[in-house]
Design a protein around this ligand. Sequence first.
Ligand code: SAH
Length: 246
Amino acid sequence: MTTALTPTAPWRATILTLYPEMFPGPLGLSLSGDALARGAWDCEARNIRDHGLGRHRSVDDTPAGGGAGMVLRCDVLAAAIDSAAAPDDPRPRLLMSPRGRPLTQARVRALAGGPGLVVVCGRFEGVDERVIAGRGLEEVSIGDYVLSGGEIAAMVLVDACVRLLPGVMGKEASGVEESFEGGRLEYPHFTRPRDWEGHSIPEVLTGGNHAAIARWRAAESLRLTRARRPDLLGPDLLAPDARKDP
Ligand code: SAH
């Protein structure tokens, strides 16, 4: 297996936001920060307000039809997107949105395998609906709750992608065995000390029998997934009492 430690065209995240100073933020530390410093990926935050209108560089207006809050203008957002990504830019264009398709590890893996992302971060009540189709934005949600802006959601998305880039994680294997890969939650981990507050590490893990360890981990993985996330499992893997009658 070859690992591209210095890819010629780094994976590139362009983030459109009213708060570019939030980036790289936490992405500039630890695993993603080291990879950023090495040039394995690139983080470009662009200010939507640079395309704002008038003396006050206004970016939003009141909702048509009335109601609380403000809406990001489609003309302003479109200008920001057009200046950030040429029409032939191959990167997918995403809009962070609680109405979007929930993000999954499979989608993250696909995005990490591409050239990068252009991500629009909403604020206020959201964005004028017309810019979504007008600029081919794919709405992505990070979960069924509402944040005050798309920036933290974009960080979640970019972090999940960056750790899968070639050479970013210490061991190639750690990306394959963890939660959601293979449709299961990960098995429990233990490390020293062997005994702690009356609880010891399961004996099988310290016995050195690798086949037995693999069996134990697979069984724990299935047990946890059945208990916590049966929705991840096919009907054949559900515990007998959780199966629906045919
Ligand atoms: N009025 C909207 C919520 C706007 S929240 C509604 O009820 O659907 C402001 C911005 O935060 C959104 O435009 C989006 O960019 C971001 N945001 C909020 N929750 C999010 C979530 N769960 N996933 C992704 N982005 C989210």
